[in-house]
Design a protein around this ligand. Sequence first.
Ligand code: CU
Length: 198
Amino acid sequence: MMTVLLPSPLRARADDRACARSRPCRRSLLAVARRLAVQPALALALLGAVASPALAQVTVSEAWVRGTVPGMKATGAFMRIESRADTRLVAAASPVAPVVEIHEMAMVDNVMRMRAIPGLAVPAGKPVDLRPGGYHVMLMDLPRPLERGTTAPITLTFQSGDGRRETVKVAAEVRPLAAGAPPVQGGASAPASGHSHR
Ligand SMILES: [Cu+2]
């Protein structure tokens, strides 16, 4: 589309120059009219071309991390993820943790355990909640405690079916260690309560 439209203003300018030498000049009027009609479309096309890679498909809100105390090497990050198109959370990274994984909670031998998953589907228009007792982003091998009141930057990578990747950066609020503990049910344990992760 752009390659077709781009030469038009140039052609119109050439018409103007020809017209300066021969009057009356209907071609020039036509060219101006055409330019007026074409340029908004061209501007929109250019805008679209520039804007679309940055146009977020994915929105992450309410991101928070359970704070830790000295000696705690791992904790969970929670958030709501929404996407306008089908996508997948395929990776997460954070400067506060050298190892970051995507985890799910699953019942194993009647005990709720967490385990790493390669990705988490985010269907178009259906928010996916990462919350205590469910999916979470696991921050591991923490070199120092995450203190409440600070924020933990997390970069989330999403990949759509056609392979296109989008990264979303969030500043997750560090909440108290006891924040958001799920109701105790059948021995369920919240992420970050000290169980093993591998
Ligand atoms: Cu976990």
